[in-house]
Design a binder for this molecule. Structure first.
Ligand code: R5P
Length: 343
């Protein structure tokens, strides 16, 4: 046996049996605050990703510390962040670049924590010659080298099928049901409202959790970005209504839904949703609507200038728990006692 071989065997024997895995958390500029909240809950510092944008608009990333052998969790929703001067497309490109840099730096596992999966509404062809952009985004993430994706309240759970890598599909519904129970649980006549037929199952389960009844609105989209509410199925007269949705985009759906339930005799109307994009003139639209209060989570940073009726709750506790369990290879569905499939 050569000296080289003897040294190699000795080195292998000296490998620590209780080898310590290393975890790192970095955040892109669309989700800096959320990343910070997650890192704080883990009792860690955010890893500096050295992000900057060159004068020509290209994005650059260079991690300040070695990430060789670490599980790196990259927190980045695919959304804009006005305060950082980042658009949704910038956020996507930045996420891909952060994954590429982590793969090239020999991370053990690269996990994208992308609670708001931008482009998720483009998950099928609704008209000839349309792209399925949610699938394209999945392909791009996998091509960049992501090992796993953590996301929240996908517009359609089937988006998971666009990935060949594991997707942990979390839900903010426990946060929102608890909030409704705490704030409106004393109301005698509470009704949970589905703003369109696609959300009946979620709304029924939400109503069960809150311990009340539900009703359903029939929504039509005569054109992209235009929402019209037709029939109300169920009883809302004299009741306090809570509309439950996954996304608030332009606010058009919510404003139209709120107007309809008030016209059908509801005494008050509130809304809860996971992802508050508040695009375009959403703040003005919602401030002018009959809504008395709107609650969203921080999967998307709240734009400046939100009217006082909008409140943001954090999703960081659920996401932190997911990150911790992925790192230690523990069950993630246990966070919801298996009930995440209910939503
Ligand atoms: C639609 O299916 C979604 O669940 C939301 O209702 C929709 O994306 C909200 O969009 P907007 O606020 O622009 O009407």
């Amino acid at each position: 046996m050569t000296t080289l071989e003897t040294d190699a065997i000795a080195a292998a024997k000296s490998l620590p049996i209780g080898y310590d895995k290393r975890m790192m958390v970095a955040a892109g500029r669309a989700s800096g605050e959320l990343g910070q909240r997650i890192a704080e809950r883990l009792g860690m510092e955010l890893t500096d990703a050295g992000l900057k944008t060159f004068p020509d608009g290209e994005v650059y990333c260079r991690y300040a510390d070695s990430i060789r052998g670490a599980d790196i969790f990259i927190v980045q929703s695919i959304c804009g962040n006005e305060r950082e001067g980042i658009s949704a497309n910038d956020a996507l490109m930045e996420l891909l670049i952060m994954i590429e840099a982590a793969v090239g730096a020999s991370a053990h596992r690269v996990i994208a924590v992308t609670p708001w999966y931008g482009y998720s509404r483009q998950d099928k062809k609704s008209a000839p010659r349309e792209p399925i952009t949610a699938r394209l985004v999945a392909k791009m993430l996998e091509t960049a080298g992501v090992d796993r994706v953590v996301t929240m309240d996908l517009h359609a759970g089937q988006v998971q099928g666009f990935f060949s890598k594991p997707v942990d599909h979390m839900t903010a519904m426990p946060i929102l049901t608890q909030h409704v129970k705490d704030q409106l649980g004393d109301e005698e006549d509470l009704v949970v409202i589905a703003p369109d037929a696609g959300r009946v199952k979620l709304t029924r389960n939400f109503a069960r959790k809150v311990g009340t009844t539900y009703a359903l609105l029939e929504k039509e989209r005569p054109a992209q970005g235009v929402a019209e509410i037709g029939t109300v199925i169920g009883d809302v007269r004299g009741k306090v209504a809570v509309i439950v949705d996954d996304i608030i985009g332009t606010g058009g759906t919510l404003a139209a839904a709120a107007q309809t339930v008030i016209e059908r005799g509801a005494s008050k109307v509130f809304a809860v949703a996971t992802h508050g994009l508040f695009a375009g003139r959403a703040f003005e639209t919602l401030a002018a609507s009959p809504l008395s209060g709107i609650v969203v989570t921080d999967t998307v940073p709240l734009r400046d200038g939100a009217p006082p009726l909008i409140r943001q709750l954090t999703s960081a506790d659920i996401l932190t728990d997911s990150v911790r369990r992925i790192f230690t290879d523990d069950s993630v569905s246990e966070i919801f006692s298996g009930e995440n499939q209910l939503f």
